[in-house]
Structure formats: C-alpha cells, structure tokens
Design a protein around this ligand. Structure first.
Ligand code: RIB
Length: 302
C-alpha cells in the first residue's frame, strides 16, 4: 500500500529558550537557570511530529540564508522530513521565537522573518506537492493570504485540510468553512466563533469540525454530539509544542484511516509524551514509544 503523504505549509523558527524559576515583572531583572537554541516553529514542529511517527512528511516553507536557517534545514532532514520545498531566502533572516519557560509553562514572542516570504505566490509554486498529499496541515505563523491560497489548492485537489488556528488572529468565515478539521485551544475557539458574525446554526456546523485541545483538561471533539477525552498524567517539563505534537499525530492517524475518536486518543498520547522533555520537539515520540506508553497507561488516565 502507498505510504500516506502529509504536507505542512508553515513556519520554521529557531527557538531561543530561557529557563528561569521566576519570570521578571516589567523593568525587573532576575537571574535565570539556563539558555538553549532549539529547533521550532509550528510548521516545522508539526512536520517533525508526523515524521517521527513514520509518516511520509513534506514541509513547504522558508528559512533565511544564515546559520540558523542552515542548522534548521539539516535538522529537518535528519528527522526524516522532506525539505525539497523549503527555500532559503536572502532578504530576511530565519524566524525566531524567544521563549521563557518557568515551572513547565511558557511565554513566546515570535519574529516571523523568512516565514513571511511564504507568500501566496510561493505557495502556488508548490501546488504539486499539495496535490499529491493525503492531508494538508496549516497554522498561522505565515501570512493569512498564503494560508488561504494553500486551502484553495487543497480544495481544488480534494486534499483534506487540518487548520491549527495558532497563534490566533481574525480569520474569514469563508476560510474556516473550507477546512475539514480545526484544532483550536479553548481560548482560540472562543475567539473564532463567539462573535455576532455567526448564526447559532452556522456555529453548530463549525463545531462539528473542531477538535479542541484543553491542556491538562483533555480534548473535546464532536461526533454525533460532544465527546471528551481526559488527558494523560505525566511529569511536565515543558509544554512548548504540545499542540504541534497533537496536530502532527492527528494528521498521521487520520491519514491512516483511523476513526476520529481513535485519532484524537492517539494524538492525546503523543501530546502527553511531548511535554515530558525540554524543547518543542524534544519529547516528540516515535510510534514505538507511543505504543509502549499506551500499553503502560491502560486504565491510568488523569
Ligand atoms: O508551538 C510552539 C512553537 O511556537 C515554538 O516552537 C515557537 O517557534 C513558536 O512558533
């Protein structure tokens, strides 16, 4: 059987991670614990999550023509992500994310840099890889018009779309109605649908596409009504990239033909494992690690 192909159009960042026991208030200086440069970016994270789980994974995006860009490209290749559709650009530096981690939780400031070179024209140039995919996955760290273009191409070629609406920003009704799955967190879901723009009926229809990640409270999804899955109890080191791990795993499972509930359960386990190590991609598991975890966790949900 042909291996299913997952394509991600999205961001590639170098994460500049500072670990501290206490986050300073404005104007204050505190002494931190450690500093790390770690591969990240929501698009790249989702691609690495899918590739580690064994999927045939392509990433479409841009890095700068600089050391971070070169390091990120070779890292992606080492992780098994196809990078033939990642281009280095000369007019922008590689995207970065300044991340502060305190007590397992984080603050993030993203400088998009080369990720904004992923224009609608750039996406159109990579139509072929989208057309050949089983699932297209998108987030919001590239320009919105480029996300819209990618969705348009996926619809044209009957490719299913997962849109992870993060970091949240205003999205047109038209765009949201064209995607197959939406994976907001609780806050993002509220911002997307609880405006006067939506009728009650439209909102109900949209909720059927939503898989809502609720951190330690678990997952909510809709299949013949609202369903909830609890999260797994794990020792949390760093929650950065948990949502990306969830999305990557969801894409892998759905592309393999799993039922929605099974796909959510699988993605839930992958997200749980991902937070047990430092860095967005640090804890992303292989398929064997997920299987062992699920075996050990039977009847042990939080
Ligand atoms: O979702 C986590 C990611 O968000 C980080 O890796 C950082 O690069 C930001 O894009």
């Amino acid at each position: 059987m042909k291996n299913k192909k997952i394509t991600i159009v999205g961001s590639i960042n170098m994460d500049l991670v500072t670990c501290t026991n206490r986050v300073p208030v404005m104007g204050e200086t505190v002494m931190g614990e450690s500093f790390h440069t770690i591969p990240g970016g929501k698009g790249a994270n989702q691609a690495v999550a899918a590739a580690r789980l064994g999927a045939d994974t392509c990433l479409v995006g841009c890095v700068g023509n600089d050391t971070f860009g070169q390091d990120l490209l070779s890292h992606l290749k080492n992780q098994g992500v196809h990078t033939g559709n990642v281009e280095p650009v000369t007019h922008s530096s590689t995207g970065t994310a300044s991340i502060t981690i305190a007590n397992g939780d984080n603050h993030i400031i993203v400088i998009p840099g080369a990720n904004y070179a992923v224009t609608p024209e750039f996406v159109a140039k990579h139509e072929q890889v989208i057309a050949e995919s089983d699932i297209l996955m998108l987030q919001l760290e590239i320009p919105i018009e480029s996300v819209e273009k990618a969705v348009e191409l996926a619809n044209k070629h009957h490719v299913k779309v997962i849109l992870n609406p993060a970091p949240i920003q205003p999205l047109s009704k038209e765009l949201l109605q064209k995607v197959d799955y939406l994976t907001p967190n609780e806050y993002e879901q509220q911002l997307l649908f609880y405006s006067n723009e939506w009728t009650e009926k439209e909102r109900e229809e949209m909720m059927k596409k939503c898989i809502i990640t609720r951190g330690s409270k678990g997952i909510t999804f809709y299949q013949n009504g609202k369903k909830e899955l609890p999260s797994y109890k794990v020792d949390v080191v760093d929650t950065t990239g948990a949502g990306d791990s969830f999305n990557g795993a969801l894409a892998v499972s759905l592309s393999n033909g799993a039922a929605l509930e099974d796909a959510c359960q699988f993605a839930n386990a992958v997200a749980a494992l991902s937070v047990t190590k430092l860095g967005a991609q640090g804890g992303m598991p292989t398929i064997e690690e997920v299987q062992t975890f699920l075996q050990n966790q039977k009847g042990n949900e939080a």
